[in-house]
Write a protein that binds this ligand. Structure first.
Ligand code: NAP
Ligand code: F7E
Length: 375
């Protein structure tokens, strides 16, 4: 059976890929970083399984990478580790370059130094952000890159150094140019998760408003669980090639809000333009009116805040997954946009309900302690 090493195993994709590879019988190793809080939420359910192993390593630390790669001697490496937030890359550009650009080089050199260049297949997490200030729509493997953030510029280096090592040393290394993929495990500051969490909190009376940046930005959003399968397919291919992974369908941030709120029982209409645009309640389902009596038609739930504008923003991403469909037999439409929104909103409705139940237990406990009912 094969052995895989996943960097970034604690992230959204790392957790889904671990589950996928374990289900295929792989021995799965992952790199983690030391943190003062050692609770790794997305992979907690996998820890302790006999075929699941964790090692400390950092993409900024060559020695840790050489140590883990030479010890594990993987058949496949999935390099998912990155400072992955585009807006954060404007605040921490040097850190982003060190991890997302030079970090990729460190992995490739660690593989060579460990004597695995001829055997190890390497997947690099490239991104649709490379298209940036887009030069054509939809984007495919031949569309020119025009990176438009420190994150994208760093990822462009990662993309090209993988290509260079493939050609210079005949290594089996390739990049998946993945368009945005989301899930119930998505980080809470990415726009989709921010919206689904807010819709759940607003429906359950725990939040009154959602502040967003560019509502007109267009993305090709897919489901992360479907996308990790493609990473694996790329490494099983007979030769190393780069692939665009996308659904081929585009929506705006505004659309995402509409569908997410609709799923909790609120129909929104958008009024105004630019920084003055607002998402207002047009109607509420009778079921939600019973649960939350504070909500009323005409209430403003979404406003635009300049805090979430980026110095340069990528606004028109739309992928053409034809090559992955034909050559890898991958189905880009396995989970539809509406199903994705539903999966995320349902998960956040449950999460908020559990948090509320916990709060009410705590409140009752404090009251009982104060009254001496429990000691
Ligand atoms: P994510 O949830 O942000 O996970 C990033 C992972 O990288 C985490 O495990 C994080 O560890 C780790 N990491 C960060 N800095 C590191 C460092 N210096 N050394 C070692 N590990 C480090 O990202 P994701 O959404 O799963 O994305 C996976 C990869 O695909 C990333 O490379 C991302 O840039 C790329 N990508 C994502 C998308 C998307 O839509 N999700 C699209 C295209 C490409 P901690 O948990 O310790 O922070
Ligand atoms: O932004 C706009 C924002 O942060 C999407 C990463 O996984 O996918 C992700 O990068 C769009 C942008 O993702 C808010 O301006 C509006 O136009 O969810 P996001 P991203 O920047 O596309 C790519 C493919 C990756 O590779 C990255 O690793 O939504 N937007 N209002 C907002 N974005 C955020 N975060 N927050 C807002 O309030």
């Amino acid at each position: 059976m094969k052995t895989a090493l996943i960097t970034g195993i604690t992230g959204q994709d790392g957790s889904f890929l671990s589950e996928f590879l374990l289900s295929k019988g792989y021995e799965v190793h992952g790199t983690i970083r030391r943190s003062s809080v050692d609770y790794r939420e997305r992979i907690a359910h996998l820890e302790g399984q006999p075929k699941f192993h964790l090692h400390y390593a950092d993409l900024g630390d060559s020695m840790s990478l050489i140590r883990v790669i030479s010890k594990v001697r993987p058949d496949e490496i999935y390099n998912l580790a990155a400072q992955s937030h585009v807006q954060v890359s404007f605040d921490s550009p040097e850190f982003t370059a060190n991890v997302d650009a030079t970090g990729v080089l460190r992995i490739l050199e660690a593989v060579r130094l460990s004597g695995l260049a001829d055997t190890c297949h390497i997947y690099q997490a490239s991104t649709s952000e490379l298209y940036g200030k887009v030069e054509e729509v939809p984007q495919n493997e031949d569309t020119p890159f025009h990176p438009y953030s420190p994150y994208a510029v760093a990822k462009l280096y990662g993309h090209w150094i993988v290509k260079e090592y493939r050609e210079a040393y005949n290594m089996f290394c390739c990049s998946g140019i993945l368009f945005n993929h989301e899930s119930e495990r998505r980080g809470e500051t990415f726009v989709t998760r921010k919206i689904t969490l807010a819709a759940a909190r607003i429906a359950q009376g725990k939040q009154s408003k959602l502040y967003l940046g560019n509502l007109s930005s267009l993305r090709d959003w897919g489901y992360a669980k479907d996308y990790v399968e493609c990473m694996w397919l790329m490494l099983q291919n007979d030769k190393p090639e780069d692939f665009v992974i996308a659904t081929g369908i585009q929506h705006s941030v505004r659309d995402f809000c509409y569908y997410a709120f609709k799923h909790v029982g609120i129909e929104l209409e958008f009024v105004g333009e630019g920084a003055d645009e607002k998402g207002v309640i047009k109607s509420i389902t009778p079921q939600l009116s019973v649960v939350n009596k504070q909500l009323a038609v005409g209430d403003v739930l979404i406003e635009v805040s300049a805090d979430f504008f980026r110095p340069t923003d990528v606004v028109n991403l739309w992928g053409d997954p034809s090559k992955a469909k034909e050559k890898l037999g991958w189905n880009p439409q396995k989970t539809t946009f509406e199903e994705l929104v539903k999966i995320m909103v349902d998960a956040d409705m449950a999460k908020v309900a559990v948090e509320r139940a916990g709060e009410s237990i705590r409140t009752n406990l404090v009251e009982y302690l104060e009254k001496g009912i429990v000691k």
